[in-house]
Ligand binder design. Sequence first.
Ligand code: PSU
Ligand code: MN
Length: 303
Amino acid sequence: MLKHSLVINREVRDAIADNRAVVALESTIISHGMPYPQNVETARLLEQTVRDNGGVPATIAILNGKIHVGLAEDELEFLATDKNIAKASRRDLPALLAGGRHAATTVAATMICSVLAGVRFFATGGIGGVHRGAAESMDVSADLREFAETPVLVVSAGAKAILDIPLTMEYLETMGVPVLGYCTDEMPAFYYARSGVKVPVRVDSAGEAAAIFKTSLAMGYRSGILVGNPIPEADALDRDKIEACIAQAVSDADLHGVKGQQVTPFLLGRLNEITGGDSLKTNISLVRNNAAVCTKIAVEFFK
Ligand code: PSU
Ligand code: MN
């Protein structure tokens, strides 16, 4: 049945069959994470970055109820501009596929679709995590539990400080998810490099990360691996300044009664306004850096 719901483009299919470095890219960042036209420009830039590092990009989304792995230019443009694109996480996929809908995939949903297609590597910006105030709201992103059961290596610039980073790391530990710091001892904090929260394992090369993932798969682990890759120093934002802006955005979300799936897109949009576009520029830089590192790890893996 799934055969008819899974559309893998020719280039990606050939690359998977040849054991080449295919890198998945998500679409929520396009439809709900950035404004137009930066969203579609970034989508193209990421695909080019994967290619420049010797990989094949596979941007993933749901179109007409089918999982598309590898998108055409007009499909990227559609996801970047259409106002009726759903945001799909794990719980949403069955209804969206059965209903023939269009949807952008979050980190969790992109991981699921990657594995269905046979893709093991995925670059994103920030993962979802435990939200600030989660003790009250119980807002814990489904991204986190996905790592416990879906064997994909994901490169991310860490959890954004709109989240509670120490609690996010606790949750990952509870779920038994291997977390690696790429050339760092600390979980990166998205807009800046150091969160002060230690990662359990530091790697200093793509080869080391690839070897750990191989071992985890060989051991029969069903979990994924999270690689925290810090934003390049030159593009990082000042910690105190961005923290003040984040606090403002979080309090605006409360004020507007923003809940559930809307929280992350609201905070991202509000931060972009408050910082006069600086948060968006930083976001583009770090996600590009993640695409490069993820491709290098995938290339090492298949050597
Ligand atoms: N963080 C970002 N940009 C994003 C997201 C997170 O900096 O675009 C998106 C990702 O797709 C992530 C999702 O999987 O938000 C998490 O949403 P939620 O917190 O509702 O699970
Ligand atoms: Mn949430």
